[in-house]
Write a protein that binds this ligand. Structure first.
Ligand code: OOG
Ligand code: MG
Length: 263
């Protein structure tokens, strides 16, 4: 059930998307619309997606967010969210990310699943996800909340496409049966210094649980993950703020490493 009108949804989508495209901070949408519901928040996110597609952007994947305790504790929000990834969010491995195009970016060590069969909730579980997974590969997300001081509640962050802004993928792909996804270790370095370490189980106990949750959340809107979907599972460790000039490398146990530089 929603409490906002279609006009308000469209206006809030324009407001948040313009802040993204022009890289400026705005106040939380729940400050002005305290009665908005989760359905309203997702309606705003889906309207932002519609705007981008109408402009010719392609949607190239989905992401889960706030799936690890490290992230939930860092942001003070205790339930996961999802967002979409547009084509222009993609940065090549080893590439440069223009800090000036963003507001207050942070980097996150994640993993991505690429599927070979449709996943449609409700009722999707880890087993369904593993059977539908073509391969798993390293991914780093650059998040950039449009909200002032990177502070939000769950409804506000959902409306803001869950802070999505850039992502990098690369390294080695592996079939899920080749990996122990729970113990798969990640090491994040910024400017040559180790800043975060973690293992796959930090994400909802098992990385595939994140993909299952996404399929089930999408199912509530009658949407699904078609075969060939690229899905980021959410940060395994806390996110790390970055400044112009910073370079980063994330090492993935058995899957190589990926990195980039903020300019
Ligand atoms: C929300 C998005 C979180 C993740 O991987 O946990 C996220 C935020 O913290 O800004 O992408
Ligand atoms: Mg993320």
């Amino acid at each position: 059930m929603g409490n906002l009108t279609q006009t308000q949804i469209v206006e809030l989508a324009a407001h948040l998307e313009t802040a993204e495209l022009e890289a400026y901070e705005v106040t939380k949408v729940t400050d002005d619309f305290p009665d908005m519901t989760y359905e309203d928040a997702f309606d705003i996110q889906w309207e932002i997606r519609r705007r981008k597609e109408a402009r010719g952007n392609k949607i190239v994947g989905m992401k889960m967010g706030l799936t690890s305790w490290a992230k939930m504790a860092q942001m003070g929000v205790e339930y996961p969210c999802y967002g979409f990834l547009a084509d222009y969010f993609s940065v090549p491995d080893g590439g440069e990310i223009k800090h000036s195009e963003l507001i207050h970016p942070k980097i996150e060590a994640e993993l991505a699943f690429v599927t070979k069969a449709e996943l449609k909730g409700p009722g999707v579980h880890i087993g369904d996800v593993l059977r539908a997974t073509d391969f798993v590969m390293p991914a780093v997300e650059v998040i950039d909340s449009r909200y002032k001081d990177f502070k939000f509640d769950l409804k506000s962050v959902i409306a803001d496409n869950s802070s999505s802004s850039r992502f990098i993928t690369g390294g080695r792909m592996a079939a899920p049966e080749e990996l122990d996804l729970k113990t798969l270790g990640v090491v994040m370095e910024v400017n040559g210094e180790v800043v975060q370490t973690g293992a796959g189980a930090a994400v909802l106990g098992h990385p595939a649980a994140s993909v299952a949750m996404l399929a089930n959340m999408l199912g509530e809107r009658g949407e699904s993950l078609p075969a060939g979907s690229f899905i980021m599972i959410g940060a395994i460790t806390a996110a790390v703020p970055v400044e112009p000039g910073d370079n980063f490398t994330v090492h993935y146990q058995g899957l190589g490493s990926i990195g980039g530089r903020f300019v």
